[in-house]
Design a protein around this ligand. Structure first.
Ligand code: IPM
Ligand code: MG
Length: 370
């Protein structure tokens, strides 16, 4: 079996970190014989410069015909004009929608050797192992009307928060299934004291809870959940929420693991079998680090490639059906970190800092030899 992976490096630090993720994948192939063909294409600002659009229809077609897409990041000051009709981010949104990847998994782990690098007190970080399950193809990001206009008393704008029962049900199912395969706790996050979509969400979650008597379901309001994510993060297992809440809370949760540069994500178009471990589950997916294009440090070798490398591990697990290889990459990352390797974002004062490439080389070498 040969796998086909579409690589979309994008803008800013995207190409640097994606390059390291592919390097680590090649080390996996060298070690295990895993056969992967890589196809590269442009997305975001890079695609706008070259083709005038943030993503081409043929790129979407390539994505749909691949086993997985490895994505870097999009955006940057060059394309940041608020009046511009097209933005690089639209390339990513079109890709998510075009691939139908409605379920975004953002696991947050705290490597013990990085506890001191997080702004949260080490005793609060002990035992943190959570997954944010973010609905990715609906809600405020996509629903219409979405526009700006001029009124006689000034400008106005509207975005729409809309969810159907079917959309809510399928993302909640991902949450319940993941929780079932983990520590069996599901926190459904909403704003049911104010939002109608949230009241529907809560109702559906409670109904589905009956199908999962082994999973402890709790409802949390998004504001109080945001507070608990930093004051008592170890209490969480799986958290499931709508698109915008997930965007915000996953950035917040990243401070637990010391840096946004550490976090991977998997976006899937169907409910993964269990947690993807062991059962050869496969579904075409989109894999991207949670961080953005960080234009301020682009091209300087300062970016942390761990989020991208761990995203490749998730790709091995969820789209290529290779749980052992996924675990190998995760162990290699852990070993590199316990061995003292630090990019600038996770280094303590005075600690030696390695470049993006040095971190990638070290992880690739560990994958070959561990
Ligand atoms: C993310 C990013 C994207 C999002 C942007 C780049 C459109 O912040 O993946 O979290 O808002 O989904
Ligand atoms: Mg975000």
């Amino acid at each position: 079996m040969r796998f086909k992976v579409l690589v979309l490096p994008g803008d800013g630090i995207g190409p640097e970190v994606t390059g390291e993720a592919v390097k680590v994948m090649e080390a996996v192939s060298a070690r295990t014989g895993l056969a992967v063909d890589y196809v590269r294409d442009e997305v975001g600002g890079a695609a706008m410069d070259r083709h005038g659009v943030p993503i081409r229809e043929e790129t979407l077609e390539l994505a749909r015909r691949s086993h997985a897409v490895l994505f870097g990041a999009v955006g940057g000051p060059r394309w940041d004009d608020p009046k511009a009709p097209v933005r690089p981010e639209q390339g990513l949104l079109a890709l998510r929608k075009g691939m139908g990847v409605f379920a975004n998994l953002r696991p947050v782990r705290v490597f013990p050797c990085l506890e001191a690098a997080s702004p949260v007190k080490p005793e609060r970080l002990r035992g943190v192992d959570l997954v944010v399950v973010r609905e990715l193809t609906g809600g405020l990001y996509y629903a219409t009307p979405k526009r700006r206009w001029q009124t006689s008393r000034g400008r106005a704008g509207v975005d729409t928060l809309k969810y159907t029962e079917a959309e809510i049900r399928r993302i909640l199912r991902v949450g319940f299934e993941l929780a079932r395969a983990r520590r069996k706790r599901l926190t459904s996050v909403d704003k049911a004291n104010v939002l109608e979509t949230s009241r529907l969400w809560r109702e559906v979650a409670s109904e589905m809870g009956c199908e999962y008597p082994d999973v402890a379901l709790e409802h949390a309001l998004v504001d109080s959940c945001a507070m608990q994510l930093v004051s008592n993060p170890a209490r969480f297992d799986v958290l499931v929420m709508e698109n915008t809440f997930g965007d915000i809370l996953s950035d917040e949760a990243s401070v637990l693991s010391a840096s946004l540069g550490m976090l991977p994500s998997a976006s899937l178009s169907r409910v993964p079998a269990g947690d993807g471990r062991g059962r050869g589950s496969r579904s075409p997916g989109l894999y991207e680090p949670v961080h953005g294009s960080a234009p301020d440090i682009a091209g300087q070798g300062k970016a942390n490639p761990v989020g991208a490398i761990l995203s490749a591990a998730l790709m091995l697990r969820y789209s290529l059906g290779r749980p052992h290889e996924a675990a190998l990459v995760e162990r290699a990352v852990e070993r590199a970190l316990t061995g003292g390797l630090r990019t600038a974002d996770i280094a303590a004062p005075g600690q030696r800092v390695v470049t993006t490439k040095e971190m990638g080389n070290a992880v690739a070498e560990l994958v070959r030899t561990l």
